[in-house]
Design a protein around this ligand. Structure first.
Ligand SMILES: [Zn+2]
Length: 97
């Protein structure tokens, strides 16, 4: 079946830009949306320690990818697709259970 989604980052007419972020899908409840959590470290100069932080990004989840909760995915920046989405899922690295 051909993908007809105009907002699909692979088959549609949405350009991607910026770097890729790897993360884990924590929610796939909203339509065509995946909430992707990714962990990163930053350095806090005052205490000379690095911290682990997580952030959650809402990403467009087209039907041809269909990422589900628990999947490890790659997201990439796009134009703003809705109020909260300016990223799109481009591939699934590893399917969760
Ligand atoms: Zn597609």
């Amino acid at each position: 079946m051909e993908c007809q989604d105009p907002k699909c980052p692979i088959h549609g007419n949405v350009k991607t830009h910026g770097y890729e972020i790897e993360g884990v899908v924590v929610s796939d409840k909203a339509q065509k949306t995946a909430i992707v959590e990714h962990a990163y470290t930053t350095f806090l100069g005052k205490y000379e320690r690095s911290l682990r932080k997580t952030s959650r990004i809402a990403a467009y989840n087209p039907d041809c990818i269909k990422a589900r909760a628990g999947d490890r995915v790659v997201i990439v920046g796009t134009r703003r697709l809705s109020k909260t989405k300016s990223f799109a899922v481009t591939k699934v690295i590893k399917r969760g259970e």
